[in-house]
Write a protein that binds this ligand. Structure first.
Ligand code: F6P
Length: 363
């Protein structure tokens, strides 16, 4: 019998269960393959009491419509930078990759499918270089992986953000207010940009294009003067002004990443200080963008990624990551997959189109 191990690491994302089901269904077609899952990413392998479950058809039936991941996840079990709490309460990061590799080798899986974002795929590369037969599957709502044209989960996040934006438009209009809606995306503005175009925002602020607060105030004044007594702004959590810095980021114990969130409140303060007379309200959408059932597009993409990952395992094409390129499901090397992140380009057609629709980036 040949055995596949699946892991879901990093932040969860709509479509993870559809990938798991896709892998399980495709592998079951090979009579001599079975699929297992590690609970809570690498913790299921690293912990003294290992937690690895067999993914029977009963466990995976119908899960493609469910949000989250049946295998659970964590962003605090990076084996290369594993957080260990010290006696004084501080956290030290240690490298446990050799321990993980030795445990994985003992478990002797024929293929390890690591579903995760850029951080997880960097781990995939380290494991592959140390002799583990790894295949990566890209996931993130941020859409910030350059090796694939799109990640699953992103379109669901955009849909959730757009639905929320539409609701804020009607209340903005009733109260003649400026509504600021903050969306996720880390260092990229993809969710914000798509939502701004889909929803018809007046202003879209993204990390790739630092904004000038005075320009935003002038823009809002003009809109109110024209008789449109309300405005809707979308701001990405990583956006920052040209002058000054963002202070809403906070570190979290045990996490190697800075936790973002709260720039909507800073923008509100900046606008008031720069003379904006209108009443302003802020909404930070947060994790609602990652929850719930994936839209059809993401179910399809995730299912195709799952099937492709098994095909790569059958062909022994380890050290690769599944990708969507020019409408085809293909694969790229883990090296290429982790080289650079996918950011919004200032001169891209999408930004040009947004500007053509009258959306201001405050630049
Ligand atoms: O990377 C996905 C993401 O949702 C980002 O958009 C966001 O900044 C981050 O994860 C939030 O992480 P956490 O779940 O740890 O709060």
């Amino acid at each position: 019998m040949k055995r596949i191990l699946i892991l879901t690491g990093g932040g969860d994302c709509p479509g993870l269960n559809a990938v798991i089901r896709g892998i399980a269904k495709r592998a079951r077609k090979e009579k001599d393959w079975e699929v297992h899952g590690s609970i809570e990413a690498f913790n299921g392998v690293l912990n003294e009491r290992q937690e690895i479950i067999k993914l029977t058809s009963k466990r995976t039936a119908g899960i493609h419509v469910k949000g989250g991941t049946i295998l659970k996840t964590t962003n605090k079990s990076n084996p290369i930078k594993f957080p260990v709490t010290q006696p004084d309460g501080s956290v030290k990061f240690i490298d446990r990759s050799d321990e993980l590799v030795s445990k994985l080798k003992k478990l002797n899986f024929d293929a390890v499918i690591n579903i995760g974002g850029d951080g997880s795929q960097k781990i995939s590369k380290v494991l592959f270089d140390k002799g583990i037969p790894v295949i990566g599957v890209p996931k993130t709502i941020d859409n910030d992986l350059s090796a694939t044209d799109m990640t699953f989960g992103f379109q669901t996040a955009v849909q959730i953000a757009t639905d929320s934006f539409d609701k804020l438009v009607t209340t903005a209009e009733s109260h003649h207010r400026v509504m600021i809606m903050e969306v996720m995306g880390r260092e990229t503005g993809w969710i914000a940009l798509h939502t701004a175009i889909a929803g018809g925002a007046e202003i879209c602020l993204i990390p790739e294009i630092p904004y000038d607060v005075d320009k935003l105030v002038k823009r809002l004044e003009l809109r109110y003067k024209k008789g449109r007594g309300f405005a809707n702004i979308v701001i990405a959590e990583g956006a920052r002004p040209k002058a000054g810095s963002v202070t809403a980021s906070a570190g979290e114990k045990g996490s190697e990443h800075v936790r973002l969130g709260g720039v909507a409140y800073q923008l509100s303060k900046q606008l008031k200080e720069a003379g904006c007379k209108a009443e302003i309200r802020e909404t930070v959408l947060g994790h609602v963008q990652r929850g719930g059932t994936p839209i059809a597009f993401d179910r399809v993409l995730a299912s195709m990624f799952g099937v492709k990952a098994v095909e790569l395992a059958l062909e022994k094409k380890f050290g690769t990551m599944v990708a969507l390129k020019n409408n085809t499901i293909t694969s790229v090397s883990l090296e290429d997959a982790t080289r650079e992140s996918n950011t919004v380009k200032k001169n891209s057609y999408m930004v040009k189109a947004a500007k053509g629709l009258g959306i201001s980036f405050g630049d």
